[in-house]
Design a protein around this ligand. Structure first.
Ligand code: GLC
Ligand code: MG
Length: 257
């Protein structure tokens, strides 16, 4: 983004990748072309906000055509990367320093002690700022997640629990997460978008869907997001269509496309 372009930025789209952009490759190709055009005109900045690692975001998985982005937020909002992107690059130090002040990985992991069936995720998803587990083998995953929530709440306000898809549980610094990372970045890049639009499908997207100006919940979203439809927050649009077609539907609804 050049300086002049920053002046005209109307929208920031902060989009999750898995099962939000991905899932229907034809729809993603179409959306990717539309987003590229808006970015070329300097009217939109795209932030990818994902639970993936940087490497998985840059190379994508087989056959994916993830759109080019202006910033990449990985590991559920604990790492931020700015262009030029390259494998092995370091995340934004200022964000890392801020999060490290309130996070002990050892304490984060301790919240899961004696939780029956909890399994640590692969090393690449466990960092000095993120402790991630699978809970789907627990006798009652939702109840186990609730118990962890209670332990974390009782320990003060330094940590947060992110519970997604009945399966993934992350313990993050309270100041991290996708929404906080997006807000930090907008400030850091001195962007003044008229609207910030989040798009997502699961629990780790909730903070940005309810905390930013607008949110698009794709049609294939997980129950933990669909349940909000009973009493929908005004800024949320629940798309009929799944995956990238749902994101496009929401963007049309908001007048972006
Ligand atoms: C992604 C991450 C995983 C995390 C999950 C939910 O799948 O790779 O570590 O638990 O998102 O946030
Ligand atoms: Mg997702």
């Amino acid at each position: 983004m050049t300086h002049t372009k920053q002046q005209q930025i109307q929208w920031v789209l902060a989009s999750d990748i898995d099962n939000t952009l991905t899932g229907d490759s034809q729809a993603l190709l179409r959306l990717g072309r539309q987003l590229a055009e808006l970015r070329a005109q300097g009217r939109l900045a795209l932030f990818l906000t994902t639970g993936r690692t940087l490497q998985e975001t840059l190379t994508g998985f087989e056959g994916e055509n993830i759109p080019q982005a202006d910033a990449i937020i990985t590991q559920v909002g604990t790492e931020i990367y700015l262009p030029p992107f390259s494998a092995g690059m370091q995340p934004l130090q200022e964000w890392a320093d801020r999060l490290h002040r309130q996070y002990s990985r050892q304490q984060a992991v301790s919240f899961l002690s004696n939780i029956d069936g909890a399994v640590l995720q692969a090393d690449r998803y466990n960092t000095s700022l993120k402790a991630s587990f699978y809970l789907d083998q627990a006798p009652n995953p939702d109840r186990a997640a609730e118990l962890v929530q209670q332990r974390v709440a009782a320990a003060g306000d330094s940590y947060q629990v992110v519970w997604s898809s009945g399966k993934h549980l992350d313990i993050l610094p309270a100041a991290a997460g996708k929404a906080n990372a997006v807000r930090f970045l907008i400030h850091h890049l001195q962007l003044a978008p008229q609207q910030v639009i989040a798009a997502g499908d699961s629990g780790n997207d909730r903070s940005m869907l309810v905390g930013l100006d607008y949110g698009i919940v794709v049609g294939n979203a997980q129950p933990e997001l669909k349940e909000m439809q009973a009493d929908p927050p005004a800024q949320l649009y629940f798309a009929q269509q799944p995956f990238a077609a749902g994101v496009a539907e929401g963007l049309r609804q908001l007048g972006v496309l």
